[in-house]
Ligand binder design. Structure first.
Ligand SMILES: Cc1cc2nc3c(=O)[nH]c(=O)nc-3n(C[C@H](O)[C@H](O)[C@H](O)COP(=O)(O)OP(=O)(O)OC[C@H]3O[C@@H](n4cnc5c(N)ncnc54)[C@H](O)[C@@H]3O)c2cc1C
Length: 491
């Protein structure tokens, strides 16, 4: 094989005279999905090689907060005094996944959630049975359990019974991905999985019938061919770091100023899969968030656009707010607080918002931030009138956050895109797969020998509007396992 490998075109199996290595299953990418696949494939008796482009395994999963969405009555939920029901979880995740939800995947994920929890425990993952009761981006202490999505917010609250389902592996603060990946990697290595780092997969190797039989990889500057007798699993993450792909497939996400991922989130595995005959779906979708909490007291604020009008219940998950703003990205947006909230501002808000203006009265603030005359005053009057009755008839913010904003002076934070506010983005599009991880063509035929999971595929998370923290790592680890099982079984 002399020609330079290109992801778009698999190398011909029949043309390869010398193999650099031979194994049963090759896994491309050593993050949450890849290492979970490796563990299962090894448990099924396969010889497994993981190729990892970075100098260490872990991927975005290791960088992550580590929240894993699980429910139906996990031991952690029960220990913290919560009841949950698989059907309620299913209803919520169907709504959270939006119009492009993959019902088969959602169903299986919910039905198997308790088993997946047990599997993580078997790998050595520890969840401290403690509940964190406030809205936050992650548990700030070592507590495992919190509500991570829109479960308690309108309209989701009307469709399923909420329960806290975000589970963080034990560690203080927003770093749960580290203990998770440490345990998974140690488990994989204890089962004989060979993790080769600084090894970038370039393209698939397929025979004349299109069956994938190996991978071309660059190691030490040399292109090498590895024979995968049972199959190749693509788990190399999403494409948020590839600006050309983002512009082409998910231009909405290009407005974000914080690509949420690792430097190898360049879509390489998606391109390898397409080159081998796979189809990519849901490529336009992704996570978009601006963390308007913590501090949680900001849920008592209102958020208005440049017309001085509210447009959302402010107690939603920050991804739903980010998505609503990205729907109309050229407007100005402000978060309005009154003097009762000033005392919590010893630390700047997590979203990096600058102060856009202050006013001794609502009229003064309205002028200061250049809103049409009377608009903010009217919005505040209406909001306060109903808040006094514990109601929010148009946007349905939960009563516990309706404390009213009637204690001047007022201040406005700037949430406008491009004015310093933090907008994190990551992709939800990837290879079309069956729940088993088998990659599908445009005609929904299986590409033999090829599997995928995690952000390399279109999995559980499908839309920004309903996303909950934990759906990505839950998806990557759970469907990664299934892809590993399927590849190992392909004899
Ligand atoms: C800061 C941050 C916080 C987050 N918090 C959460 C959270 O709390 N809960 C949650 O559910 N989600 C969270 N996410 C999202 C979540 O971490 C990811 O979506 C998920 O972990 C992706 O898993 P993966 O296995 O698909 O990819 P990854 O874990 O990224 O693994 C992919 C691996 O493939 C490697 N790779 C790429 N290309 C190649 C190639 N050509 N050859 C070989 N190797 C390659 C990469 O180096 C990487 O190691 C967070 C993300 C970030 C960045």
């Amino acid at each position: 094989m002399n020609k330079k490998a290109s992801a778009d075109k698999p190398a011909a199996f029949e043309s390869i005279s010398q193999w650099y290595m031979e194994t049963d299953v090759v896994i491309v990418g050593g993050g949450g999905a890849g290492i979970s696949a490796a563990i299962e494939a090894a448990d099924a008796g396969a010889k497994v090689i993981v190729l990892e482009a970075a100098s260490d395994a872990g991927g975005s999963t290791a960088l992550a907060g580590g929240l894993i969405y699980m429910g139906g009555g996990t031991p952690t939920q029960i220990a913290c005094g919560f009841e949950d029901d698989t059907e309620e979880m299913f209803k919520h995740l169907m709504m959270a996944s939006g119009p492009n939800a993959d019902e088969d995947k959602v169903r299986l994920y919910c039905d198997e959630s308790l088993n997946h929890y047990d599997w993580l425990i078997e790998q050595g993952v520890v969840f401290k049975p403690e509940y964190y009761p406030h809205k936050h981006t992650n548990t700030p202490n070592e507590a495992a359990l919190m509500t991570t999505g829109n479960e308690e917010a309108w309209p989701f609250i009307e469709h399923s019974k909420p329960a806290p389902r975000g589970h963080k592996p034990q560690i203080e603060g927003d770093h749960g991905g580290i203990p998770l990946m440490e345990k998974l990697i140690a488990s994989a290595q204890s089962k004989g999985v060979n993790i080769i780092c600084d090894a970038r997969a370039l393209t698939a190797i397929a025979d004349h019938e299109g069956t994938v039989k190996g991978i071309v990889v660059r190691i030490d500057g040399q292109e090498q061919c590895i024979h995968a007798k049972r199959g190749v699993v693509l788990t190399s993450g999403g494409f948020i770091m590839n600006t050309d792909m983002v512009k082409e497939y998910a231009p909405r996400l290009a407005r974000g100023n914080y690509p949420n991922g690792n430097p190898n989130d360049t879509g390489g595995g998606i391109r390898i899969g397409i080159g081998a005959g796979g189809n990519a779906i849901n490529m336009h979708e992704g996570f978009t968030c601006t963390p308007h909490y913590p501090p949680r007291q900001f849920l008592e604020a209102i958020i208005v656009d440049e017309t001085g009008q509210r447009f959302i219940n402010e107690d939603v998950y920050h991804g739903r707010l980010g998505s609503a703003i990205l729907d109309r990205p050229d407007r100005r947006y402000y978060l309005i607080i009154d003097s009762r909230h000033f005392e919590i501002l010893e630390r700047p808000p997590k979203g990096g918002y600058s102060v856009a203006g202050v006013g001794d009265t609502a009229e003064e603030l309205e002028q200061e931030i250049n809103l049409p005359e009377g608009t903010l005053v009217n919005t505040l009057n209406t909001y306060n009138r109903f808040a006094a009755e514990g109601k929010d008839p148009v946007f349905h913010k939960a009563e516990k956050y309706l404390s009213g904003l009637d204690q001047p002076p007022y201040a406005a934070f700037d949430l406008t895109i491009g004015n310093g506010a933090f907008y994190a983005v990551m992709t939800f599009g990837g290879l079309d797969t069956l729940p088993t991880g088998e990659v599908l063509t445009v005609e929904k035929q299986v590409v033999k020998g090829l599997y995928s999971a995690g952000r390399n595929s279109a999995g559980l998370p499908r839309c920004a509007d309903g996303y909950a923290s934990g759906m990505s790592i839950g998806d990557a680890t759970f469907f990664g396992r299934l892809a590993g099982q399927s590849a190992a079984a392909n004899q």
